[in-house]
Design a protein around this ligand. Structure first.
Ligand code: GDP
Ligand code: PGA
Ligand code: MN
Ligand code: MN
Length: 599
């Protein structure tokens, strides 16, 4: 790399960087300035080393394909730890480890871990640098792939430096955990096959990650800082750090309503955040603020205000196409890093669902020849693209300068083939918190080793940095600080019929549900009382442009009293696992709902 003269003026930080350098013994150190030129140079370097494949510049300009190690393809929740003094402050949903024991073990793992590699220093900011919302960090990493991805996802380098001296800075340390012996040739995706750790220390908020180079395991500003660390700080400071998309719905008369939505990983946040209204919705527009993380604070006006602390997307590739997500297809036309997608013969990418028919002669995500009768997937189910938000045509101008937007509704949804209807509105804040706390979803490829159906409260199961019972209490208590609480809704795009087909067309058609939600918070849309809450009748939904029968809609709204009752019983059992920190109120609400289910 060309040398820059960037200096970390903050003495405590530079002392820490020196200490890590001595411990890890990299062959060199490089402080990232965050420039486009630096990004280009790094990518060139990765192309020469074989870590990146340059895609055909005529088809996919300035874009690259990376293939990860088959053992390093998703977040590793069983290797993710929260370290704080008392186990009960992390539990029961997080893996806990004793901070001093963990520090000692990690120190040995990092000893000499960067031999033969460059140590990159990445000053970064989550949120607009200088804004009231920003949190600053410095990530040390031996992965150039991480640097390139961080450049697309966060503010890095020079623009962040002025703030490192003034604010608390989160120290983030990362290594792929694969030192090189002299003369040893590197693999194209170095990682550590035996030892992987993703650790949040809640005493000093530092973050350490070892052994993996993939996504949320390695881009430490994202899940580790902006969710696990931030949620912990947010609790004590009275705000929220959530696994949520943020979008604005502009109606034909020009007013915009903002909503935030939490769906577990690979359950539709990115698609929903940049939805294109279907035929029949002339004059309606969806404006994207964020697709994965929301920082939300009560404002002086008693409303909740949200920002997206990221400036890019790390999105699921399979299933993305010109019909399901035209905005994302436009975004990834150029300047994109693709990971674990298939490669076409003419040097472009492909994944399941990009086109109906696979092109001939692909190279699959593991680098092997592939044809449609190979009997395996061409792209990994958790294949991803990394692209800067500026590339996406649906971005809301409001987010350009890091402005917060007011949230009028929260939407929670998972992948549930049965029982749960397309949409319902909780009767009040407390019932809404109940429905969010009891959110569940079928397994996805975004994380390893998931149960078939798992409870995923608020879609925060892998990301809440502290005791989940305390988190429920935090949400319940928020209502008292607001002049008016946002509506809380549950949605389910994934209900299936007897033969296993999705009943709801989803994607752009989700606009019909979104319109109803916006109508509800504006007191303009009707609905009917059900045991779950308020549901739209057929005539409450705008069907303009979509032939969808009343019978089919009835399937989406059907509530089987017996199934619901069993579901509610299982909720009580699940909620009880958070004792003694469970707010009693949630069990009482479960009882109220159980009674209404039986009448
Ligand atoms: P995220 O990980 O929560 O951001 O989820 P994505 O938006 O990336 O979607 C994950 C997967 O679900 C992709 O394969 C999408 O094509 C698919 N998906 C998203 N929205 C819908 C929908 O409304 N209906 C159906 N059937 N699939 C969807
Ligand atoms: P996702 O983000 O929510 O878009 O899947 C990545 C993740 O949660 O691992
Ligand atoms: Mn996510
Ligand atoms: Mn996403």
């Amino acid at each position: 790399m060309t040398h820059t003269n960037l200096l970390i003026a903050n003495e405590t930080l530079s002392a820490w960087i020196n200490e890590i350098r001595e411990l890890c013994q990299p062959s060199g150190i490089y402080v990232c300035n965050g420039s486009d030129e630096e990004y280009r140079e790094l990518c060139d370097q990765m192309v020469s080393s074989g870590m990146m494949i340059r895609l055909n510049p005529e088809l996919r300009p300035n874009s690259f394909l990376c293939r990860s190690d088959p053992t390093d393809v998703a977040r590793l929740e069983h290797r993710t730890f929260i370290c704080c003094e008392r186990e009960e402050d992390a539990g029961p949903t997080n893996n806990w480890a004793d901070p001093s024991k963990m520090r000692a073990e990690l120190k040995e793992l990092f000893r000499g871990a960067m031999r033969g590699r460059t140590l990159y220093v990445i000053p970064f900011s989550m949120g607009q640098p200088g804004s009231a919302y920003a949190m600053y960090g410095v990530q040390l990493t031996d992965s150039p792939y991480v640097v390139a991805n961080m450049k697309l996802m966060a503010h890095i380098g020079e623009p962040v430096l002025p703030y490192l001296d003034q604010a608390q800075v989160v120290r983030c340390l990362h290594s792929v955990g694969k030192p090189l012996q002299p003369g040893e040739t590197d693999s194209t995706w170095p990682c550590n096959a035996d030892k992987k750790y993703i650790v949040n220390f809640q005493d000093d908020h530092s973050i350490v990650s070892f052994g993996s180079g993939y996504g949320g395991n390695a881009l430490l500003g994202k899940k580790c800082l902006a969710l696990r660390t931030a949620s912990t700080i947010a609790r004590t400071e009275g705000w929220l750090a959530e696994h949520m998309l943020i979008l604005g719905v502009e109606s034909p008369n020009g007013d915009t309503t903002y909503v935030a939505g939490a769906f577990p990983s690979a359950c539709g946040k990115t698609n929903f955040a940049m939805l294109v209204p279907p035929e029949g919705f002339d004059g309606w527009k969806v404006k994207t603020v964020g697709d994965d993380i929301a920082w939300i604070r009560p404002g002086d006006d008693g409303r909740l205000w949200a920002v997206n602390p990221e400036i890019g997307f790390f999105g699921v590739a399979p299933g993305t196409n010109a019909k399901t997500n035209p905005n994302m297809m436009a975004a990834v036309k150029s300047d994109t890093i693709f990971t674990n997608c298939a490669l076409t013969a003419d040097g472009d990418i492909w994944w399941e669902g990009l086109t109906d028919v696979a092109p001939n002669n692909l190279i699959d995500w593991q680098g092997n020849p592939w044809t449609s009768d190979s009997g395996r997937l061409a792209a990994h189910p958790n294949a991803r693209f990394t692209v800067t938000a500026a590339n996406c045509p649906s971005m809301d101008p409001a987010r350009d300068d890091g402005q917060a937007v007011p949230i009028s509704a929260f939407i929670f949804g998972g992948r549930l083939s049965h029982t749960f209807p397309l949409v319902y509105e909780a009767r009040n804040w407390e019932e809404g918190v109940y429905w969010a706390a009891t959110l569940g979803s079928e397994a996805t490829a975004a994380a390893e080793n998931q149960a078939a159906i798992r409870n995923d409260p608020f879609a925060m199961l892998p990301f809440c940095g502290y005791n989940m019972g305390d988190y429920f209490t935090h949400w319940l208590s928020l209502a008292g600080r607001l002049s008016e609480t946002p509506g809380i809704f549950r949605v389910n795009w994934f209900r299936k019929d007897e033969v296993g087909r999705f009943v709801w067309p989803g994607f752009s058609q989700n606009m019909r549900v979104l319109r109803w939600i916006v109508g509800r918070v504006k007191n303009e849309a009707g609905g009917r009382e059900t045991p779950l809450g308020v549901m739209p009748s057929y005539s409450d939904i705008d069907w303009n442009g979509l032939p969808f029968s009343e019978e089919k809609f009835a399937v989406l709204g059907r509530i089987d009293g017996e199934k619901l009752s069993r579901e509610l019983v299982s909720h009580q059992a699940y909620l009880s696992t958070f004792q003694p920190r469970l707010p009693e109120r949630l069990l009482q609400i479960g009882d109220i709902l159980q009674r209404s289910a039986q009448t």
